[in-house]
Design a protein around this ligand. Structure first.
Ligand code: SAH
Length: 250
């Protein structure tokens, strides 16, 4: 049976996953708790990614070295960059890029030295299946979030997008910075702090990888407002429902 690695960016997301695993056992490595068990009949290893590229890359490396695994799925939140990625939408990554990687003029801007590339693609079949699960969940958001969260966050017709997500060691929380990113990377749908690092580790190990991010903010001057409440009431619920829907049909 395929073993699935689940990396959650947020404590609340991991807690929601652990709450539905009947039998998880904790294995502690490198200060991280890896939870080995089952979910809907699938073998899973769930872990908190930690925040930022280095921490997430370390978590991914330990996960891939210490646990037998067939696919790795990441869930978290992200700031919307493109006009279409609105708060409450879900972005499934088709690929990742580090927006703060710049070894120019030795290498082209954003290219990761010695990899000969700036973009790290996700697994198309895995991403497609997760996008289908996300579309299913978002077709009835009230079922997963309740009416209050829908009203509070104005989540009336949330959508699923697939495309490029960019990562860097910065919580993008000014309109000015967000505009700079949009101008230099017009393809980018959303920005976060871990995905490109995990995608790079998965490329090194030949591990199929996919990532699902709920848009928690617009990466602008208001990005921090209600962030924690949004994670608790919306993003962590979407993550659980999307993974659960995906596992059910896998
Ligand atoms: N209070 C949180 C801290 C979250 S840091 C905690 O203690 O867990 C922000 C997280 O959300 C990171 O995982 C990052 O990947 C993502 N994220 C959401 N919006 C972002 C933005 N505008 N810029 C960068 N990362 C963002």
């Amino acid at each position: 049976m395929a073993v699935i690695g689940i990396m959650s960016a947020m404590h609340e997301e991991l807690a929601a996953v652990l709450a539905v695993m009947p039998d998880e056992q904790c294995v502690r490595v490198a200060g991280r708790d890896f939870w080995v068990g089952h979910w809907q009949g699938h073998e899973v290893v769930a872990v908190l990614s930690r925040i930022g590229k280095v921490a997430a890359a370390t978590t991914a490396t330990v996960l891939l070295e210490r646990f037998k695994m067939d696919a790795l799925v990441f869930t978290g939140a992200a700031g919307g960059l493109s006009a279409e990625a609105q708060v409450g939408d879900v972005v499934v990554a088709s690929g990742f890029l580090q927006h703060d990687m710049d070894a120019s003029p030795l290498f082209p801007k954003h290219e990761v030295p010695l990899y000969g590339r700036s973009r790290f693609d996700t697994d198309p079949a895995l991403s497609h299946a997760l996008a289908a699960a996300a579309a299913q969940v978002l077709s009835d958001p009230a079922r997963h979030l309740g009416a209050q969260a829908i009203a509070d966050f104005h989540l009336h017709a949330p959508r699923v997008h697939q495309g490029l997500i960019v990562s860097g060691d910065r919580f993008v929380s000014t309109t000015a910075e967000s505009q700079v990113l949009r101008r230099s990377l017009p393809e980018a749908l959303a920005v976060e702090m871990e995905g490109a690092a995990v995608a790079q580790v998965c490329l090194d190990y030949g591990m199929p990888f996919a990532a699902v991010r709920t848009v928690s903010d617009r990466a602008d001057d208001d990005a921090h407002i209600d962030f924690n409440r949004f994670i608790r009431d919306v993003a962590s619920r979407y993550s659980l429902a999307i993974l659960s829907q995906w596992l059910m049909h896998r």
